[in-house]
Design a binder for this molecule. Structure first.
Ligand SMILES: CC(C)(COP(=O)(O)OP(=O)(O)OC[C@H]1O[C@@H](n2cnc3c(N)ncnc32)[C@H](O)[C@@H]1OP(=O)(O)O)[C@@H](O)C(=O)NCCC(=O)NCCS
Length: 246
């Protein structure tokens, strides 16, 4: 199961970061100059740490203090979780997204006896107008056709949803927007999608989306990889979650 949180957690982000960020995270915060970036980074970190701590607790591990786990970027920018005391990486895959004062975070345990090699990617988008130029430049012809086939009132959310799904998939592959978004195709009304097994988001049901990727953007041996996609709408936002398995 994939645990997820549409943040901020109840009660919001505590005003004193010193009470819940590690020393290294406080140093990183001090280097963030722009208020918008600082507040979204804090929101993402607090949402992430709250869920990771709760997930460890639910698995029967000790409940860590938020200062004792840190969310660290890899050189690609993709986040991972580190135990501050031992300096070791936790056996989880995580992903963060922020949009318009909300954050989305997901965590899945990757170690035995869990699902093995899998990586999660999430994206959050406020449902907002997208220009024809944007759709032409960043969506594939089948993706645009899916939007065009919908009643007018559903098109805006779907355009944001397809864009978000592509970002979630690219995050699950740790690529982000470093590759042409035409190399990933996501259809939110899929004809058929792989069985997720027990690898699906926990709790409230999500809808499925299909994913097709150009082979050249997959890691070595990626032909065997399964890409699973999930989406939902909530409070004027679209939430997407992708998992790369194998
Ligand atoms: C990663 C990217 C898709 C983020 O998209 P966005 O819509 O601007 O922002 P979102 O809020 O949805 O996601 C941001 C989060 O994505 C994560 N992220 C960044 N790079 C990532 C990657 N290669 N793979 C997976 N996740 C990544 C980070 O956790 C980041 O949040 P944080 O910086 O607060 O930790 C996009 O910024 C990108 O690819 N940029 C180009 C590559 C780049 O500049 N990488 C940074 C190198 S340090």
């Amino acid at each position: 199961m994939i645990e997820w949180l549409f943040g901020p957690p109840p009660g919001g982000v505590p005003s004193d970061p010193g009470t819940w960020l590690s020393a290294a995270e406080l140093e990183r915060l001090s280097r963030l100059r722009f208020e918008k970036r600082r507040s979204e980074w804090l929101l993402g970190r607090f949402t992430a740490k709250t869920l990771v701590a709760g997930a460890l607790d639910r698995r029967g591990d000790r409940l860590p203090s938020l200062r004792s786990i840190e969310i660290v970027p890899e050189p690609s920018g993709a986040p991972f979780v580190r135990d501050v005391v031992s300096g070791t990486r936790l056996p989880v895959s995580v992903s963060i997204s922020h949009s318009a004062r909300r954050a989305l975070f997901a965590v899945v345990f990757t170690g035995s006896p869990g699902p093995g090699r899998c990586a999660v990617g999430v994206d959050l988008e406020l449902i907002e107008p997208r220009s024809d130029g944007f759709l032409r430049d960043f969506l594939t012809a089948p993706e645009r056709a899916e939007i065009a086939a919908l009643p007018e009132r559903e098109r805006l959310a779907r355009a944001n949803g397809i864009w978000s799904a592509k970002e979630a998939v690219l995050k699950s592959l740790k690529l982000g927007l470093t590759v042409d978004t035409g190399k990933v195709e996501c259809l939110l009304t899929p004809a058929e999608v792989p069985d997720p097994g027990d690898l699906c988001p926990e709790g409230t049901p999500w809808r499925r989306f299909s994913v097709r990727c150009a082979p050249e953007i997959l890691p070595a041996g990626g032909a065997e990889m399964r890409l699973l996609g999930f989406w939902r709408e909530e409070a004027g936002y679209v939430l997407t979650l992708a998992v790369a398995v194998g």
